[in-house]
Every structure is written in C-alpha cells, then in structure tokens.
Design a protein around this ligand. Structure first.
Ligand SMILES: CC(C)(COP(=O)(O)OP(=O)(O)OC[C@H]1O[C@@H](n2cnc3c(N)ncnc32)[C@H](O)[C@@H]1OP(=O)(O)O)[C@@H](O)C(=O)NCCC(=O)NCCS
Length: 161
C-alpha cells in the first residue's frame, strides 16, 4: 500500500470535498444529478451529528482523495450492529493505488475491535463491476438480498406529500 496514505475521520472542513464526491459518485455510477442544496444539507447533517453516521477520508500526500460513510443497522437475529459502508468514492486520478483498500481496512479494524459489531454490509449498483470486484477481493460476499425501496424524494413517489 502507498505509504503516504492516511485515513482519518472527516472534519467540518471536508464538507466541500464530500459534497463534490457524492455528486460525482451519483453521476458516475447512476447517471444521476443530485439536487445540490439537498445533498449539501445531507452531508452537513452527518458532519454535525455523529448519531447519523461517520465519514472517513483518505489523504495522499496531504490531499483528500477518497471517502466512505459509515451508518448502522441493528440486527435482532445477531444481537449486534451491522456497519453499512456507503458513499464510497475515490477521485479518478488516485484509483488503483489502494486508496479504497486503505479506507476499508481502517473501518474493518475499528469494526472488529468493537464487540457490538456483528459485520459489515454495503450495497453496490448492479452494473458497477469495478466496485463489485474490489468488494469481493476484500472479503465481501453476496448476501442474497435485493434492495427494494420507496424513495419519497423521487418525483414519482412524492404524489400526495
Ligand atoms: C470502486 C473504487 C472505490 C475503488 O477505489 P480504488 O482506490 O481504486 O480501489 P483500490 O486501489 O483499493 O483497489 C482497486 C484495484 O486496484 C488494485 N490496487 C490496489 N492497490 C494498488 C496499487 N498500490 N497499485 C496498483 N493497483 C492497486 C487492486 O488490486 C484493485 O484491483 P481490482 O479492481 O482487480 O480489485 C473507485 O474505483 C471509485 O471511486 N469508483 C467510482 C465510484 C464507485 O463506483 N463507488 C462505489 C459505489 S458502490
């Protein structure tokens, strides 16, 4: 792994990077334009309230080049908490150099050190082969579930609201 890589919890000053990274992530993986004001408020809400989630960023030579977001889900079956990894993004010029691997290994070590954590989960868009390969290589396996949703922020679901 690149020795100059450093993973750290995000700080309020990372807001701009994280907002831009999420906009780029949606564009690249889902060809989707996120509403800028809503996205910015959504990222700021996490940075302001650790109960909502925790962003981690990776720095290479002092520059932020990647991120992920951790959120939580209680598992009654396991009497433990799954950590969900979301909003995974590495800037295009820094890919293939172990940045995501470093981010992942960092949170995996935190998760394994916490007796209350029963595992890690993430979802990946069906056509995103590169990301899927990276996850499988790091030890993830298909959970056998399909994600279904009703998204109230989408125009087609907003009728009556
Ligand atoms: C998917 C993504 C997060 C991977 O990040 P990354 O930092 O490039 O990942 P890594 O470098 O840790 O690993 C990727 C590959 O580089 C290889 N690699 C790791 N360290 C390396 C190094 N030092 N030098 C060269 N290659 C290296 C890995 O073997 C891996 O190969 P694989 O594709 O065969 O699995 C990144 O491509 C990305 O941001 N994509 C767009 C957004 C996206 O798809 N997000 C995920 C949404 S679910």
């Amino acid at each position: 792994m690149n020795a100059s890589l450093r993973v750290r919890p995000a700080e309020p000053a990372d807001l701009g990077f994280i907002v831009a990274a999420n906009a780029a992530l949606a564009r690249e993986t889902e060809q989707r334009e996120l509403e800028p004001a809503r996205l910015r408020a959504g990222v700021a809400a996490v940075l302001d309230d650790a109960a909502k989630g925790r962003y981690f960023v990776a720095e290479a030579a002092g520059r932020v080049v990647g991120q992920l977001l951790l959120t939580w889900e209680w598992s009654d079956w396991r009497n433990g908490t799954f950590w969900w990894i979301q909003s995974v993004y590495v800037v295009s010029g820094a890919r293939g150099q172990g940045v995501f691997t470093a981010l992942y290994r960092h949170v995996e070590a935190l998760a394994r050190a916490d007796a209350g954590v029963c595992g890690l989960r993430l979802y990946v868009e069906g056509h995103n082969e590169r990301a899927r390969r990276s996850y499988l290589r790091l030890g993830f396996a298909a959970a056998g579930y399909e994600i279904l949703e009703v998204d109230f922020t989408r125009p087609e679901a907003a009728v009556g609201r």
